[in-house]
Design a protein around this ligand. Sequence first.
Ligand code: NA7
Length: 556
Amino acid sequence: MTDGPQRLDALIIGAGFAGLYQLHLLRDRLGLNARVLEAGDGVGGTWHWNRYPGARCDTESHAYCFTFSEELHRSWSWSERYPGQEEIRAYLNHAADFLDLRRDIALDARVVSAVWDEAARLWTVRTEAGEAFQARWLITAVGCLSTANMPDIEGRESFAGETHHTGRWPHEGVDFAGKRVGQIGTGSTGIQSIPVIAKTAAHLTVFQRTANYSVPARNGPLSEDFKAWARGNLSEIRELTQSTPNGHPFRIRPDKVFDVSDEARLAAYEQAWEVGGLRFRGVFQDLVADETANATACDFLKAKIRQIVRDPATAEALSDIDHPYGGKRPPIDTNYFETFNRPNVTLVNLRDTPIERIAPEGVVTSGGLHELDVLVFATGFDAMTGPLLSLGIEAGGRALKDAWAEGPSTYLGLQIPGFPNLLTITGPGSPSVLTNMPVAIEQHAEWIADALAALDAKGETRIEASPEAAAAWGAHVQEAGAATLLPRVPHSWYLGANVPGKPRVFMPYAGGMTRYRAICEAAAAESYAGFAVGEGAAPPPPSFLPAGHHPLAAAV
Ligand code: NA7
């Protein structure tokens, strides 16, 4: 006799922040028979995989955590202003133990297919190892930045040295001592890894295609006083992060850039530079909405680069930035620009000398061969859609990759028309990457748990976003994006532009977390407006401009 698929009420894919909390809610609050399948050999999601040197979150630690449990909150203390990868991984392992989640998490269980059976109203999910599960509800908690983007550069496989992608870093670490290291990529990740790699490498060659802004993080140990305050003031932290548009623990000032004198503006930028981190974004309300206003911050930040970097040609290449500040994800750093003053670090400007191929000895640009022992790809991710498309999702004979051939279509980033009972935590079209992720994740996981409880209370076993609601939401996502400078940066992963052949669609919702939360709550309150529940037709979606929300408020 062969064992059939294991039957569950709910199956969750991924054991990062999202999967852990969703399991807790469905199992412990709703009493469902729920299970998590996780591809990695440990919990932690992003923080399980991204072990590259210098990996650190750019949200301040006291706000980069779960906020649903006073007990869990009090049981943990962060050591630094920004949490490092290892500490976040330890925190998520602690949360898994604290909530007794491990017994319902299968590790080393990579999902390769998920197929909807309309007649049975069940998802059948299979893993690479051949295990099969059936569940009424399928919830993806796969993150937005988990599918590594390896550029298809000619000769890549021929490189004779070690090759590593930052998002798939070896658990045992990489020894750079005495080695000639090359790194391709100067996004948020590359900007973190470069200063750390440079400390031990014999030589580091940085291959820069697009110069980037960065603001000093000003990381450091937290005082005992601050730790005690953070442990004891969860409700204050939660109130703040739930009322800011991006879920960060700071408010964006109400002034606009040209409301103040040139001197006052410069002083505000200087002060924000000293405070450090993403708070720089909060200096003026219209910083990422108005190009002329934004240019004042760009000029300030470019001048800082030229002040820090001693070699004029290197300073020029690093400050020759072609996009507005905040138009791409704004990195924060520890000694990034300073690192280019080290004698063992060279910048190769790929705008002047593009990469031609990779050879066994190193990287060949139009300027010649750069001999290397180790090549690091800090080249980012197939963001937002990549993790979902890798799951082999299919419903009604239609694969998700075909449904999304022209780009992702979702309603609220939570559901995809044509894929019933599939719920996507921080899916494309939700605020996700434009926010402090745990805030967005908690909101989604709670909305999903409430929706499943409401369906169960009515004896309903099916929910599906209507195509009309998804179309209306898609239009609103573009409208909210257009109120910011973000969609105007042609080479950004927000648009899918970093992956050849990927449809160019602005994917995250830029209307802000507070507005978004209100819309989701309105949809639920209006009998799940925009969703077809059971056999019924979907009521039209709620208003996407709730009272009190300015339509053009840039919320990122
Ligand atoms: P990003 O932000 O996508 O950055 C990737 C970097 O790699 C960026 O500098 C790219 O240059 C560069 N890149 C990518 N492909 C190539 C090729 N083929 N040749 C040269 N350079 C290349 O990824 P990160 O990992 O830094 O950050 C992703 C997010 O993770 C981050 O925003 C945080 O939210 C966490 P480009 O700019 O495309 O010219």
